[in-house]
Design a protein around this ligand. Sequence first.
Ligand code: MBD
Ligand code: FE
Length: 309
Amino acid sequence: MSTTIISKVTLEQFLALTCDGDEPRGNPRYKAIIRKIVSDLCETIDQFDISDEEFWQAVNYFNFLGERKETALLAAGIGLEHFLDLRADAKEKLAGESGGTPRTIEGPLYVANAPLSDGFTRMDDGRDDGETMWLHGVVRDIHGEPIPGAVVDVWHANTLGNYSFFDKSQSDFNLRRRIVTDSEGVYRARSILPSGYGCPPDGPTQQLLDLLGRHGNRPAHIHFFVSAPGYKHLTTQINLNGDKYLWDDFAFATRDGLIADPIKITDDAVILQRELPGAHTEVNFDFSLQSAHDHEEEARVRRLRVGEV
Ligand code: MBD
Ligand code: FE
């Protein structure tokens, strides 16, 4: 239903008063962007004949998002964070750059400055009796040459789908580590198999997803920042094959080339060599980094993160 009772001319005249592009005051870029957003909102209110009650519900919804600190979660859920990836991909393609492990969203649950280890680390604190996971792989350049000294910053959820720091029942930095690749470009970690994440059922993101007829679940996944001097920073995740949400992720982060096959290991020689207590699940994933043109490309996108100023 389109009502459109306000004329375009009336709207534009009014908007000129709220953010005037001809005025020298203020920031021209912000003025143009805010004007576009307000203009689109006014048109939406008009087109859908949005009532005052509905308008104030929306205002309160923003406050609820802020109270629960779920704005970044909502950005993932409505696909905006994935949209940024699509744009970054398209920009690379236009620049004639391709290859390397695909990027995918960071999500809202990273914590900076996790413990740093050389080559190998144990990520879990032993308090979650989930299935033991042996996670390993090689970091290479796009020509297949190993990159020693790359930093693999890895974080994932526990068997309940919860992340340390945000879940205060877990120890500090549980399931969060930085691993420096060895002389062969290899990283290795002992951890536990993560479970998929679900949005807080009583929160604003799930409230909106309900109205869209959508669930708020993610498949089991492992997040990575991979970086090395001279190479483009990579923000990505791997998704574990076999999860029922593999291609039904509420945050749209699953991509071809980012799916890992968990392998059940029962061979005693392998168990002994890895110094693991017994049968476990192996997750093997190699990364390939594009060369950087400048130092800016070597760094992750700047945004406010826990543990970072
Ligand atoms: C997550 O674990 C996540 O990775 C994203 C993108 C959103 C919510 C929770
Ligand atoms: Fe996650």
